[in-house]
Design a protein around this ligand. Structure first.
Ligand code: 3HC
Length: 288
């Protein structure tokens, strides 16, 4: 199926950057959020990103202007949904919220439109029934920061059609990404399972007093060549997101070993989410 129009649901860190990736790749793209304040924030952040791309010679002024022309921001789902060929949902990691969004999308989009979720912890099978066309539903999982990270995990669930998978893989390639096909839903898919294993070990090492979180980060970077240590990465991804991913995995498996680490839960409850709140493991206001 030919994709021309993208609709991204959610204008947070992931949704906004996915939208710009789409517009830069030549798709007419709308970013939709219920909050106009969030949309304004996304518009400002993306405009800055584009300026940086121009300064760094990653994009010409002409291409950036063309991408900006292709990008729209809207709070009106009823108005924008009927135009979409592919929807990428990047709202909060909450199953009830996502089910409501997918029910709306099933009702408001054309029957041939593909409906994808960026979720890494909620498999598309959990929202597919709400759309009335499960064969058109899959996960299309980007990584933070989506403008930079090349991986996109494309995940089929039992009812996803091959045509849906082929189309989504192709869109990811057009976006300049390296798609990875995941053949079966499993919590965390592949990349987050790898990241989660390292994060859990890092949290244990710190809680046991083996090393400080700063030194654990240093070891990950200087011994293993990781671009960021596990604590820096939690701050980038958001401790709220890391917590919710663990919580929803636990809700699916019922295995207490999947519960968020108590230190992660404590920070989540305090509202220390990382870069987005100015404080996580590191302090972004004082730079400590
Ligand atoms: N948004 C957009 N672009 C960004 C960015 C951001 N938040 N952060 C960095 N960049 C870009 C910038 O364009 C920057 O180039 P510039 O300085 O020329 O403008 C370029 O990346 C390099 O950035 P820096 O020089 O500041 O720093 P680094 O070289 O360390 O790169 C990084 C930053 C790309 C974030 C790198 O540290 C990295 O790859 N970190 C690991 C990220 C990672 O693992 N992400 C996956 C998280 S898991 C996930 O998202 C899944 C979800 O389900 C939880």
């Amino acid at each position: 199926m030919d994709i021309e129009n993208l609709l991204v649901i959610g204008s947070g860190a992931m949704g906004s950057q996915i939208g710009l990736v789409g517009a830069l790749a030549g798709y007419d793209t709308t970013i939709r959020d219920v909050s106009t304040t969030a949309l304004d924030k996304a518009r400002d952040a993306l405009s800055e990103q584009l300026e940086r791309n121009i300064e760094k010679n990653r994009t010409t002024r002409e291409d950036a202007d063309a991408a900006w022309q292709r990008l729209r921001f809207s709070a009106d789902l009823e108005a924008v949904a009927p135009e979409a060929d592919l929807v990428i949902e990047a709202a909060t990691e909450n199953l009830d919220t996502k089910r409501m969004i997918f029910a709306d999308l099933g009702r408001l989009t054309r029957s041939e439109a593909i409906l994808a979720t960026n979720s890494s912890s909620i498999g598309a099978s959990q929202v597919a029934a709400a759309t009335g066309r499960p064969e058109k539903v899959c996960n299309m999982h980007f990584f933070n920061p989506a403008l930079v990270m090349k991986c996109v995990e494309v995940v089929r669930h039992a009812a996803t059609s091959q045509d849906t998978i082929d189309t989504v893989l192709e869109v990811a390639r057009v976006m300049g990404k390296s798609p990875v096909l995941i053949n079966r839903e499993i919590p965390g898919f592949v990349a987050n399972r790898l990241m989660g294993a390292i994060r859990d070990e890092a949290l244990r090492l710190r809680a046991d007093g083996i090393a400080s979180f700063e030194d654990i980060d240093t070891a990950a970077k200087s011994a293993l060549g990781h671009p960021m240590g596990p604590f820096e990465l939690m701050d980038l991804v958001g401790l709220d997101v890391s917590y919710q991913i663990r919580q929803s995995t636990f809700e699916e498996t019922g295995d207490p070993a999947d519960l968020p680490h108590p230190d992660l839960a404590a920070m989540y409850e305090r509202g220390d989410y990382g870069r987005k709140t100015g404080k996580g493991w590191y302090d972004y206001e004082t730079g400590a």
